[in-house]
Design a protein around this ligand. Structure first.
Ligand code: PMP
Length: 967
């Protein structure tokens, strides 16, 4: 220890560590190793003859927070929790040296007041001045409201240690350096931690929220303390830059003084853009309190007013006939096609529905997640690039243009404005009100006429019930169907006419706290207005109770999907996810052409194949153009399993026995027989093992299989093993059926070595057997180079099974075979599948083929697939975890390994990447026997820019600690 240090200072720290060891032994902290004499520390004389105090602490393993990548919300929450527990325990510790004068003690931070002149650049000086005055106004003047106690006081990112990347989630592994411990404000602790953790982060308030929430759970903060937290965060950074500026003058060139300086300036600039009261509300919300302190009081008052009939139109909405519209992300009325939300189309839909329902008033809900906000001003900002604003904060009243708008409460005109941007408020009025107890709040009226603005003056008193405005037309209201947007605002946050009417879902509870439900006042009966869409946390338990337990859900944080459009899926909050995973929506989710084909046919006729119908014939003829001779006979069914089941029946009718050769890890469907021929299932959890008539051949995988490398005879080598089985089957007087995916997907997106299937089919046929190609996953142009997987191997199967993408998500599947096999099956027993080949599914199948052809999608898969592989090869240079990259077109696999040499699978890393991609708004999944292959099978419309976005995000995640091989 520095020679100048006093014994009491060391005694205070060592004493604190011992106190913590006794009171919160579960917190991993350095432990004091007492001297042989039993003292906490000792005095020695160093080689310069100087006396020094020394003490010994145990070593804490861990990585510093500064090095954590990513600094996840879980780590930040845990940091808050750790510090909360630490300070709660320090509350019962005392040592006179705790009460010390320290420039890093936030309660003394005002010392920078007379240091500001050291900051040379005026704008920077002003920035620090801003945080200083915020501190003076919001914190210093209220110091009596802030609890004090001994605090650790130095949770900077070099003092906080975290656990290794695995197991997830990472936890705080301890804090070191108690040298800044002091008697200070309790809330300074999370504020200091946040000030450092948010350096370099796009979303500083998000960081502060996590830390506050964790701290509050362990050591409850008071409302006054939460209110002080944001100013204290800013002040900590202000002290840091002011200190650097002063020290730079004293000690020019000292790097220690300026370590965090640049980042601190950048953070101050970012924090200055956040309204301090908004930060306070967000932090209150994070701590589980009502975002705005006066919410409940005002809400109660509004309800009271509403009870005596407050309305915004002439009619009393409590009783008036009205129709409540569902404009949510999952609205059936809107559907997925954005064309339906185009203003003229939407206006027609809304007003026609009102006419049908014979009502003059339509209502759009408050707190509804919508995808109507398509212009750039609703796009994610710097902090939340992928998150658009979707949550409606007002209530819409759809009425004919010119309808009078009445004041539901007595008030004063606060502001008149015209927001002219597309999809903004258009002409708007904000009225100011006061409750009986003098609490101020506002009401906002958007999409009015310009004339309304001309007739009013700021400061003008408006009586309750007074018609003070009119609803505008779509030409002047910002481009919306005519309606009034009515919103209650408890705090305008100095934003005036720019106060948002739509918020980000991640800040939903803060914004709905700021803008409570206008219906508190209007009183539309609850049952009429109740939201339809429940959150995932509500759906999950119902699903568990109602549905079979072995129905799995993807991702650590399950997704609730309510809409699909092209290559995106949308959750209930309106968040878009780029779909790189689902091969079923071949031509894109909800393709209008396919949808229309199904809807039109369903509205006319859907029946079974015992009546003649053109659709099934047209469909078989279209498929025939795509399949080689002698595949001439078609069976249209409803699912891949039904098709594979039928394919087996056909094969068995032909071979007259059961013997079936399958590949390791294969999956062919969920029926009894298909489970029996699916090693992925019968060898997996709950599986009943292999049946005697099933023969498992090695998976011809040149990366993980029994024969590896790229020798030219690899295919023949694997085929020889199938030949062995054929010989054995034949020796018992039987004829084998060979079934395999033409590129095994469940097996891990495997590409057979050249010549494999040709050699296999030759041997199976030589043994009098039948070859089934399961094209359920890979067919229909996905591979880019070829329309069917079997074409890549230069073979023609005896039976082909088609499914999944065939109907673009409509239940449809098909079996195609030769006349000879079909004849063997046609043995007198009728074949009938009630829904198989129905006019609707065939209409859908035809539309899918039309789109595929007209949009040139196979060529797109080839072109963009090549780009993807090129990018992956680049990533592979930089990331050892990418062991193998395989596949073609839009059927690709990334094989994650612990080591390139051993090829040991890295399933944890793969799953981590998949879950992180999901957080970033991109959907993928893992597969393969070791669950270590990231499987990519996007809709064939996946574009070049989708590919670029995906690769960029993947590249970023591959740098993260838990994605590293051997981690
Ligand atoms: N074959 C393969 C190769 C499959 O991947 C699947 C489904 N994952 C099936 C058959 C069964 O199809 P379905 O789920 O439509 O019954």
């Amino acid at each position: 220890m520095h020679p100048a240090r006093e014994a009491s200072f060391i005694e205070m720290q060592c004493g604190a560590l011992e106190h913590l060891a006794n009171h919160v032994s579960h917190l991993t902290l350095p432990r004091v190793q007492r001297t042989k004499r039993g003292t906490l520390f000792a005095e020695i004389t160093d080689s310069f003859g100087q006396k020094r105090l020394v003490w010994l602490l145990s070593f804490l393993p861990g990585v510093t927070l500064a090095k954590a990548n990513p600094l996840s919300p879980e780590i930040l929450e845990d940091l808050g929790r750790f510090l909360g527990e630490l300070d709660a325990a320090l509350g019962t510790y005392w040592h006179p040296a705790v009460d010390r004068e320290l420039k890093w003690d936030s309660s003394r931070a005002g010392w920078i007041r007379d240091q500001l002149h050291h900051i040379e650049e005026p704008s920077r000086r002003a920035l620090v001045g801003y945080f200083l005055s915020l501190f003076e106004k919001e914190v210093e003047s209220r110091r009596s409201d802030l609890r004090t106690g001994p605090i650790y006081g130095d949770a900077n990112d070099h003092n906080v240690l975290i656990s290794p990347p695995w197991p997830q989630p990472r936890r705080i592994a301890g804090v070191i350096d108690f040298g800044d411990m002091h008697h200070g404000w309790i809330v300074s602790e999370p504020a200091i931690a946040a000030a450092y953790a948010l350096l370099g982060k796009d979303d500083p308030l998000g960081v502060a929220r996590e830390i506050a929430s964790g701290f509050h759970r362990a050591f409850q903060l008071t409302e006054a303390e939460i209110a002080a937290m944001f100013p204290l965060i800013g002040m900590r950074l202000a002290v840091s830059v002011a200190n650097s500026a002063a020290r730079k003058k004293q000690k020019p060139g000292d790097p220690y003084v300026t370590v965090t300086e640049n980042q601190a300036w950048a953070a101050l600039e970012r924090l200055a853009k956040i309204h301090p009261r908004f930060a306070q509300y967000a932090l209150r919300d994070a701590c589980g309190l009502a975002a705005v302190p006066k919410t409940q009081k005002i809400a109660d008052w509004l309800i009271q007013q509403g009870n005596s009939g407050s309305s915004v139109v002439e009619a009393d909405l409590r009783a008036a006939p009205l129709h409540v519209f569902d404009l949510s992300a999952g609205s059936l009325m809107l559907g997925a096609d954005p064309a339906n939300a185009e203003v003229h189309s939407l206006t027609r839909t809304i007003f026609e529905r009102m006419e049908q329902e014979r009502v003059a008033i339509g209502i759009g809900r408050y707190n509804e997640a919508r995808l109507l906000y398509t212009t750039p001003q609703y796009a994610g900002d710097e902090a939340q690039r992928s998150e658009r604003r979707t949550i409606h904060l007002g209530l819409d009243v759809f009425v004919v243009p010119g309808t009078q708008v009445c004041a539901p409460l007595e008030g004063v005109v606060h502001l008149l404005a015209e927001n002219t941007m597309e999809l903004d408020y258009g002409p708007l009025v904000i009225l100011r009100h006061e409750t009986g107890e003098g609490d101020e709040f506002f009401t906002l009226y958007g999409h009015l006429t310009r004339e309304t603005l001309r007739n009013l003056k700021p400061g003008q008193a408006i009586q309750r019930g007074e018609a003070f405005a009119h609803v505008g037309t779509l030409q002047q209201n910002g481009g919306w169907p005519p309606h009034l947007h009515f919103q209650v605002i408890l705090d305008l946050l100095d934003r005036g006419a720019e106060f948002p009417g739509v918020a980000r879902a991640s800040e939903r509870s803060t914004w709905t706290g700021l803008s409570p439900d206008p219906n508190l006042l209007l009183g539309i009966p609850r049952e009429k207005i109740a939201p339809v869409e429940s959150a995932p946390q509500d759906s999950l338990p119902r699903r568990r109770e109602l549905l079979g337990g072995n129905l799995s859900v993807s991702y650590r944080k399950p997704l609730k999907i309510v809409r699909g459009w092209r290559q995106h899926l949308y959750d209930e909050t309106g968040r878009a996810y780029l779909d790189v995973y689902n091969n079923v929506p071949l031509v894109g989710h909800s393709h209008p052409r396919v949808v229309r084909a199904g809807q039109e046919q369903l509205a006319l006729l859907n029946t079974n194949t015992r009546y003649l119908h053109e659709n099934i014939l047209r469909y078989a003829e279209r498929l025939m153009q795509l399949l080689p001779d002698p595949l001439k006979v078609y069976y249209i069914v409803n699912s891949g399993s039904e098709a594979n089941e039928l394919a087996l029946r056909l094969a068995r009718a032909y071979t007259r026995n059961d013997d079936t050769i399958v590949l390791e890890h294969a999956y062919h469907g969920h029926t009894n027989t298909l489970i029996d021929i699916s090693p992925y299932k019968f060898n997996g959890p709950g599986g009943g093992g292999k049946k005697p008539w099933v023969h498992v051949a090695p998976l011809a995988d040149d990366y993980r299989g029994i024969y590896r490398g790229n020798e030219s005879d690899l295919g023949a080598k694997y085929a020889a093993d199938v030949g062995e089985i054929c010989r054995e089957v034949q020796s018992r007087g039987k004829r084998p059926t060979y079934i395999a995916e033409t590129l095994p997907s469940v097996g891990g997106q495997v590409v057979f070595p050249p010549n494999y299937l040709a050699e296999v089919y030759r041997r199976v046929r030589a043994a009098g057997g039948v070859c089934i190609a399961d094209e359920v996953q890979v067919g229909f142009g996905r591979l880019g180079t070829h329309f069917w997987g079997f074409e890549t191997q230069g073979v023609v199967p005896d039976i082909v099974v088609l499914g999944k993408p065939i109907g673009n998500a409509f239940p449809l599947a098909a079996v195609v075979t030769t006349r000879e096999i079909a004849n063997a099956f046609d043995n007198g027993m009728e074949f009938f599948s009630t829904f198989g080949g129905n006019p609707v599914s065939c209409a859908v199948g035809l539309a899918v083929l039309d789109v595929l052809e007209e949009e040139g999608l196979q060529a797109n898969a080839l072109r963009v697939g090549k780009l993807l592989v090129g990018e992956f090869r680049d990533l592979q240079q930089r990331h050892a975890v990418l062991g193998d990259i395989r596949g073609s077109g839009f059927f690709l696999g990334l094989d994650f390994v612990q080591s390139r040499e051993t090829r040991e699978a890295a399933p944890d890393q793969a799953s981590y990447v998949v879950n992180r991609l999901r957080e970033e708004g991109i959907l993928t999944g893992t597969d393969g026997p070791h669950h270590n292959v990231i499987k990519l099978r996007p809709p064939l419309i996946f574009s070049e820019s989708d590919a670029a976005h995906f690769c960029q995000t993947l590249g970023r995640i591959l740098h993260e600690d838990p994605a590293q091989p051997g981690a």
